[in-house]
Design a protein around this ligand. Structure first.
Ligand SMILES: C[S@@+](CC[C@H](N)C(=O)[O-])C[C@H]1O[C@@H](n2cnc3c(N)ncnc32)[C@H](O)[C@@H]1O
Length: 269
């Protein structure tokens, strides 16, 4: 059903942190990708994040700095062991895999993209991990369920228009005029799926407004704070939009770095 053999890419992240099991799995993946050429190995450094090799079909978000900053926060999260974890906008499944590796009892990954879910399924299965995949619009497929931990790296790059793309890589990045079109929906939807004591972890650029996210989550009854930050050189998407962002006053003229933040929000018991 899914074109697993067509132009999948291997994204190599922080090979130094791979454990033995990952190394052998990676070798198997590499062999598989070579057999179904033209596979490609791309090297990126995710820092000491426990980042792993991931298969990524074209059009699926390449796990990167924001992914690994959130994965790091997830790894530090004491509530993950034995938990029901939901990854909203899973992409290649990097965070879902991280949750399963951290000992979550049940991991559910949601995305609107079929290719993303196929990648997530493969990336989990080839590590012997169970991740349930559901296709749909953010919280829509899991409205009747409850979770202990929810993670999300939503599209948040401010874009030309508020109308969001319906396909392709832009769907992974575009966040509407202020970058908050999907982020605000996630901040409204995720808290309703949390059980008492549950935790929501979300990553985004400070360009979209950190205090706006904190206020939004407080309005949903959660206790929210920033738990991780890092400065980051603009990637290709932010660089291409630098002039647009400056014209809207979202960045200073000549600014070429952004701050990424992870916000942790808890539903009080
Ligand atoms: C920035 S990427 C993050 C991918 C992955 N979680 C990571 O951190 O590497 C955002 C993801 O959200 C998905 N997405 C965008 N709009 C969505 C929607 N309305 N419902 C579900 N997923 C959506 C995209 O397909 C993409 O995979």
């Amino acid at each position: 059903m899914y074109p697993v053999s067509c132009r999948w890419m291997l994204v190599g992240l922080d090979p130094g942190s791979l454990d033995e099991r990952d190394s052998s799995t990676s070798a198997a993946i590499l062999a598989q990708a070579r057999g179904s050429a033209p596979g490609r190995l791309v090297n990126q450094t995710g820092g000491n994040t426990g980042a792993v090799l991931l298969l990524r079909p074209p059009g699926v978000y390449p796990a990167q700095r924001d992914t690994w900053l959130l994965a790091e926060a997830l790894r530090r999260e004491p509530k993950v062991t034995g938990a029901r974890v939901l990854d909203l906008g899973t992409g290649s499944g990097a965070l879902a895999v991280a949750a399963a590796r951290a000992g979550a009892a049940h991991v559910t990954a949601v995305d609107i993209s079929r290719q993303a879910l196929a990648a997530t399924w493969v990336n989990a299965r080839c590590r012997g991990l169970r991740v349930r995949v559901r296709r749909g619009d953010m919280v829509q497929p899991v409205l009747e369920e409850r979770f202990d931990v929810i993670v999300s790296n939503p599209p948040y790059v401010p874009s030309e228009l508020d109308r969001l793309p319906s396909r392709g890589l832009d769907r992974c990045y575009d966040g509407g005029i202020d970058g908050r079109a999907v982020l605000d929906r996630v901040c409204t939807g995720a808290p309703k799926l949390l059980d008492a004591g549950g935790v929501f972890l979300v990553v985004h650029s400070a360009v979209c407004g950190v205090s706006a996210t904190l206020a939004h989550l407080a309005g949903e009854g959660l206790e929210a704070s920033v738990v991780a930050r890092c400065d980051h050189d603009f990637g290709p998407v932010f660089s291409a939009r630098a002039q647009l962002l400056a014209s809207r006053g979202l960045i200073a003229d000549g600014q070429r770095t952004e701050e990424l933040v992870v916000i942790r929000a808890v539903r009080p018991r």
